[in-house]
Design a protein around this ligand. Structure first.
Ligand code: ZN
Length: 157
């Protein structure tokens, strides 16, 4: 069976950055997603289209096909008081901020000053060229419930 829309695809992967550093990998457990439902980044989904179990591929994705370019307007200076009382604020630490519509926005602390903290709302992998080593383990038809939910279920219940 080939990878196509409405198939559940199971694969193993190693994700490395432009310096060859390992960013993420499927250790032991395989990774599964529902093809055509935007469960994974668009460039990777496109590269997997038409592949079959046993296929191995190496996919390099420019930022535009992965997590997008960095947007410097998403860097913001906020007063320290905006953080929870007693919170340890260190560079690289991640917090949840509230967007204008109340939805949570993950932010990363970029710089800590005397009174102000610079936070970055870019995705941590924005601006990165990503390299995926993928081995396809299994391709199967999605169940009606999986199609309804837009994601795979482990035991296909
Ligand atoms: Zn579900």
């Amino acid at each position: 069976m080939q990878v196509a829309s409405e198939k559940v695809v199971t694969f193993d992967f190693t994700l490395t950055g432009s310096q060859g550093e390992v960013i993420d990998q499927s250790q032991g457990g395989h990774f599964a997603y529902l093809h055509g439902s935007q469960n994974i980044i668009p460039g990777l989904e496109k590269a997997l289209d038409g592949k079959a179990p046993g296929d191995e591929l190496n996919v390099t994705l420019e930022p535009a096909e992965a997590y997008g370019e960095r947007d410097e307007r998403l860097m913001q200076s906020v007063p320290k008081e905006a953080f929870p009382e007693g919170a340890e604020i260190n560079v690289g630490e991640r917090f949840q901020a509230q967007g204008p519509d109340g939805s949570p926005i993950p932010i990363t602390v970029a710089e800590v000053g005397e009174q102000e903290v610079t936070v970055d709302a870019n995705h941590p992998l924005a601006g990165e060229t990503l390299n995926f080593d993928v081995k396809i383990v299994d391709v199967r038809d999605a169940t009606d419930q999986e199609l309804e939910h837009g994601h795979p279920h482990n035991d296909a219940a």
